[in-house]
Design a protein around this ligand. Structure first.
Ligand code: G3P
Ligand code: MG
Length: 244
């Protein structure tokens, strides 16, 4: 491992998106209350190219909207309720734009892992715009770690903002993943936790890459990974694991 690693070990998933509505500023505030100083969140584009936080390809589960956000302008998306679905105290919480997250993180000394989560067919456009915006919004600050399951999106991010660190997300060790990570110029590989063991951590470290996992909500699993040398743990369980 030759690159310095300035990111905290513990990373709150989707903001801190179990106890508060995922991917909203409310979830970031909740993570801060539990002592977290690093977040993962999911980024998409509206039809008119605004970068905002949403996990699913459709709006129904986590907002009052319907259909694909890729078919709607930010003016309409900004009026949606992204909190009531979670619980009454979060009613009227809006969708969050990337620039609000940049302001929050920099005001509170927090690091971020921006997962580029394009709607289908939007991989290159989303990677390009989100990386360009992230480079602008975090200029002079600890840079966001840009990640994606989609190599096309990460390649677009690399081309738009080569200076931002990148991590390839893996939900399985598909044929050619190592070579793809090489070609993308990653600094980290982020896997589903059940794929990660000591041998893989050592293989990644030997290549000079960091090893991160999602989504660990069990103390015994976290302890095993820490003993094996893991560099980052993405968790939902901000009230049970990690900082306080
Ligand atoms: O970035 C790691 C993790 O968030 C990937 O899974 O589906 O929660 O975005 P998902
Ligand atoms: Mg994610």
């Amino acid at each position: 491992m030759n690159t310095p690693w300035l990111y905290p070990l513990w990373i709150a998933h989707r903001g801190a998106g179990k106890l508060a509505p995922e991917n909203t500023l409310a979830s970031f505030r909740l993570g801060l209350q539990h002592g977290f100083r690093a977040y993962e969140c999911d980024l998409k584009l509206s039809r008119d190219g605004q970068a905002f936080l949403l996990h699913d390809d459709t709006l129904e589960r986590t907002s009052s909207g319907q259909g694909s956000p890729a078919d709607q302008d930010w003016a309409a998306l900004s009026r949606l309720d992204a909190g009531a679905w979670h619980s009454p105290p979060f009613t009227a919480e809006p969708l969050a734009r990337l620039e609000q997250i940049a302001a929050f993180c920099q005001a509170n000394g927090c690091a971020i892992n921006i997962e580029i989560k394009p709607c289908p067919g939007e991989e290159t456009r989303t990677g390009t715009v989100v990386a360009r915006e992230a480079a602008r919004l975090w200029a002079g600050a600890l840079p966001p770690l840009m990640s994606s399951f989609k190599p096309e999106a990460l390649a677009a991010a690399r081309d738009a903002a080569p200076e931002l660190p990148r991590g390839l997300l893996l939900d399985k060790l598909w044929e050619g993943w190592f070579e793809a990570a090489e070609a993308l110029g990653v600094v980290a590989v982020i896997t589903n936790y059940w794929l990660m063991d000591k041998a893989l951590i050592e293989r990644l470290h030997a290549r000079g890459w960091r090893a991160l996992v999602y989504t660990v909500n069990d103390a015994a699993i976290a302890e095993r990974l820490i003993a094996d040398g893991i560099d980052g743990i993405i968790t939902d369980a901000v009230d049970q694991l990690g900082p306080a």
